[in-house]
Design a protein around this ligand. Structure first.
Ligand SMILES: Nc1nc2c(ncn2[C@@H]2O[C@H](COP(=O)(O)OP(=O)(O)OP(=O)(O)O)[C@@H](O)[C@H]2O)c(=O)[nH]1
Length: 431
């Protein structure tokens, strides 16, 4: 199979990068000590993000078959609830847990809202998903994640961040941003794609690879040139403006300025060209993944550890402050010097009449205590208690709705997620 595509950083010389890609290993094996401080083997997670139709699913299939041919089958997660045909078997498939059409019906949403909400619902179970992935971590070298084409999930929605943060806090993670190369030949479309990529990079802060897909139809050299050379992009911009309106206008100068702003972004980016259809560029892709994994280890992991240490210190400080507050409150009550509150209504000090302990009683406790010995609770009070009980039961019912477990049944010797019954029947259940 041809491995003609170049794996290149836009700043590097294209020919050198191409030669290096040809010389490098096609699938760098994840060694025993790669990826973890304790020397434990860890797979690298590749999250495929891209606009609808960019070829994410087709690329996932290509990566899957490439890895199978190297005897390193990946662990696959499908997070696209609306995919109608999946050419590979996912170990965990969101469609087994959430039926997005049912979500659309129940929440009265359109297709985009349905997909987004389905993913939000699934995100609430993501700790279970991560548990399955971690269990398999020693058996696989790669975990591949397919995502919906609704790119806004990763630019502003909370679930996108929760998913990427959760995965990245546990395993080396790389974002592969898939670009539909033939549709990016217009300078304006190219710029809009790059702006999306940039916002995803800054949102996730993860090692990033721009994957120019469909190079069998349109080679990606023009894109690399525009990323390396501002003047080449400006010239293309001027040409396209002249073709469209005979003069370069406001949009033109705006995009020219943006290109300059993005220079820093381009400098820190890996870009590869692939064809998910023909398999071209797989070697360059996996070399870029390996490079990005190293970046995760050197840049991302230390930052993650620092944040975790900061959080632990903050939690410890909060606990200490709470304990001190509690001690202060207890002293107040024991000395009987607290302000007159409900606890003083019966015999003055807490810890005396109050069977709930030395803390001041709340209103509900008081109601029961103060009625102790009374012959009857009046009707109004009975109503209030009944209402409160009903509310509590309702809240318990709502919690029940989100109690579905993500499952991972067996496929071909490797467990995968699956329905307890029919696909997508599990949740949400018809109300
Ligand atoms: N020529 C060519 N076509 C491709 C390539 N990759 C994908 N396609 C085609 O592009 C179309 C979209 O591919 P998908 O894999 O469904 O794209 P997607 O990004 O998963 O789409 P969504 O699920 O809608 O987000 C399909 O018709 C594919 O056959 C490629 O490398 N070359």
């Amino acid at each position: 199979m041809a491995e003609a595509s170049s794996a290149s950083s836009p700043t590097a010389d294209k020919a050198t990068a191409s030669a290096a890609a040809e010389a490098g290993p096609s699938t760098t094996p994840v060694t025993q000590d790669a990826g973890s401080a304790e020397g434990k083997k860890q797979p690298v997670v590749v999250i495929c993000i891209g606009m609808a139709g960019s070829g994410k699913t087709t690329l996932m299939q290509r990566l899957n078959s490439h890895l199978h041919s190297k005897n390193t089958p990946p662990y696959i997660l499908n997070l696209d609830p609306a995919v109608s045909h999946m050419p590979y078997s996912a170990n965990i498939d969101i469609r087994d847990t959430v039926d997005y059409k049912e979500v659309m019906k129940q929440y009265n949403l359109g297709p985009n809202g349905g997909i987004l909400t389905a993913l939000n619902l699934f995100t609430t179970k993501f700790d279970q998903v991560l548990g399955y992935v971690e269990k398999r971590a020693e058996d696989v070298d790669y975990v591949l994640v397919d995502t919906p084409g609704q790119i806004e999930i990763f630019t502003w929605s909370a679930s996108g961040s929760i998913i990427t943060d959760a995965i990245a806090s546990s395993l080396p993670t790389v974002v592969a941003y898939i670009v539909d190369t033939p549709r990016t030949t217009a300078p304006a479309t190219f710029m809009s794609n790059m702006l999306y990529a940039c916002s995803i990079l800054y949102k996730t802060r993860l090692p990033f690879i721009i994957v120019f897909n469909k190079t069998d139809v349109q080679p990606h050299d023009f894109a690399l040139e525009w990323m390396q050379d501002f003047e080449a992009y400006q010239a293309a911009l001027n040409d396209s403006a002249r073709n469209e309106s005979g003069e370069s206008g406001y949009m033109n100068s705006l995009m020219g300025s943006m290109c300059l702003v993005l220079e820093e972004f381009y400098n820190n980016l890996r870009a590869v060209g692939v064809s998910a259809m023909t398999g071209e560029g797989m070697r360059a892709f996996f070399d870029a993944v390996e490079e990005a994994r190293r970046e995760y280890e050197t840049d991302y992991r230390p930052e993650l550890d620092r944040l975790a240490a900061e959080k632990a210190a903050q939690t410890e400080a909060d606990k200490k402050a709470q304990l001190e507050r509690l001690m202060r409150d207890m002293n107040m009550s024991e000395g009987g010097s607290g302000a007159g509150g409900p606890s003083r209504r019966r015999g003055g000090g807490a810890g005396g009449d109050n069977p709930f302990g030395p803390h001041p009683r709340n209103e509900r406790e008081d109601r029961y205590l103060d009625d102790e010995g009374d012959d009857e609770i009046d009707e109004e009070e009975q109503d209030a208690i009944r209402r409160q009980q009903e509310e509590e039961e309702e809240a318990a019912g709502a919690e029940e709705l989100g109690r579905l477990d993500v499952e991972e049944p067996e496929i071909g010797g490797m467990p995968r997620s699956g329905p307890q019954g029919e696909r997508g029947q599990a949740w949400p259940r018809p109300m």
